[in-house]
Design a protein around this ligand. Structure first.
Ligand code: NAD
Ligand code: UD1
Length: 336
């Protein structure tokens, strides 16, 4: 089975390419390298001992995308390509709407033209906004508080409308909780440009000595230790969830939506402790005011994915932190 992976040189896409190749799929990557490095392709080959094809193409370039579909016979598409920084999306909303939404619409047009109608889409737990209760099930109300979140929500609606218009499509919408960690080899991982926004990459920079201390955004939440609680999921578990989803799409399923998380929440202080243990480094921190837009706690109800995909995350926070640390230590400047 041949799979097109958009955004395949990115953080989650690259780990999914490894799991796809190791599960016997043939893989073609499309990425414009706006937030990733072509070196990832060689790293994937080194890890798996298998080859994959790479096209440096932007999803906004519909004719170029069409040409790839002319040359290759895909059975399915995994669609990771997109811009993902919440703060940036507030500053340049048009870039986010254009890239994420127009990119997805272009992709769907070209897929339809070439009769490729199986799609796995990267959505986010951000579509649950501020949930009224926990854990979060897939049927919770959805909302968005920033342009990035709105692109995810709009794309979910677009994909549902597409299916309503043509029941030949099979689409899996995967709502990720907080992906962290890296492949055990230390060859691929998360390589954010500039100062990281997310917790674990920021801690990694502090542990490696590139940043002086961590800002803990709020220690006065209504949580056991006052810091924010999230459902962190190892990126390799997340990648395996995609394999389960694509297997599911081999049957006629219509549009299906799954949470991909572990179902367990950890606080910022618990992550700091685990990272200290993994890296054997001090992680100095300062308590700061809450970050605007943050919620106290967020974790998934994972029973639907467990029941219907037979997916269950196996890695815990100690694996997530030690794998993140191995990647960070082996690649002090990421892929640079
Ligand atoms: P990433 O930035 O590492 O990967 C995205 C890739 O898409 C990059 O390699 C980038 O160069 C590419 N890309 C962006 N726009 C493109 C375009 N127009 N044409 C071609 N390539 C393009 O991000 P990631 O963390 O791997 O996230 C993958 C997907 O998962 C994204 O859609 C993101 O919104 C979603 N997601 C991520 C998280 C997270 O915490 N990382 C959480 C929830 C959802
Ligand atoms: C963020 C995004 C979310 C996106 C997700 C994955 C925001 C408001 N939300 O989620 O839309 O889907 O990333 O990319 O940006 N923290 C600190 N110090 C830091 C960084 C984070 O204390 O330097 C805390 C946060 O307050 C939070 C937790 O760590 O409690 C996790 O934060 P982060 O990794 O940014 O993820 P989310 O905010 O859950």
């Amino acid at each position: 089975m041949k799979v097109l992976v958009t955004g395949g040189t990115g953080y989650i896409g690259s780990h999914t390419c490894v799991q796809l190749l190791e599960s016997g799929y043939s893989v073609v990557v499309v990425d414009n390298l706006s937030n990733s490095s072509e070196k990832v392709i060689d790293r994937i080959k080194r890890i798996t001992g298998k080859s994959l094809k790479f096209y440096k193409v932007d999803l906004l370039d519909k004719p170029a995308l069409d040409e790839i579909f002319e040359n290759e016979q895909f059975d399915a598409v995994m669609h990771f390509a997109g811009l993902k920084a919440v703060g940036e999306s507030v500053m340049v909303p048009l870039d986010y709407y254009n890239n994420n939404i127009t990119g997805t619409v272009n992709l769907c047009y070209v897929m339809k033209k070439h009769n490729v109608k199986k799609l796995v889409f990267s959505s986010s737990a951000t579509v649950y906004g501020n949930p009224a209760s926990l854990p979060i099930t897939e049927d919770f109300p959805v909302s968005a508080t920033n342009p990035y979140g709105r692109t995810k929500l709009m794309i979910e609606y677009i994909l549902k409308d597409l299916y309503s218009s043509d029941n030949e499509w099979d689409i899996a919408i995967l709502r990720y909780f907080n992906p962290v960690g890296a492949h055990k080899s230390g060859l691929i991982g998360e390589s954010p440009r500039g100062i990281p926004n997310n917790l674990v990459p920021y801690i990694a920079m502090v542990a490696v000595g590139k940043l002086p201390y961590l800002n803990v955004y709020g220690a006065d939440y209504d949580t056991p230790d006052g810091s924010g609680v999230r459902d962190y999921i190892h990126v390799v578990d997340l990648a395996n969830g995609h394999i389960k989803a694509i297997e599911k799409l081999k049957n006629k399923v219509g549009v299906v939506t799954y949470n991909l998380g572990t179902g367990k929440g950890y606080s910022v202080f618990e992550i700091i402790e685990s990272y200290k243990k993994a890296s054997k480094k001090e992680i100095p921190y300062k308590i700061m005011p809450r970050r605007p837009g943050d919620i106290a706690s967020c974790y998934a109800d994972t029973s639907k994915a467990q029941r219907e995909l037979e997916f269950k995350a196996v890695y815990g926070i100690d694996d997530m932190c030690s794998d993140s640390w191995r990647w960070q230590e082996m690649n002090i400047n990421g892929y640079e």
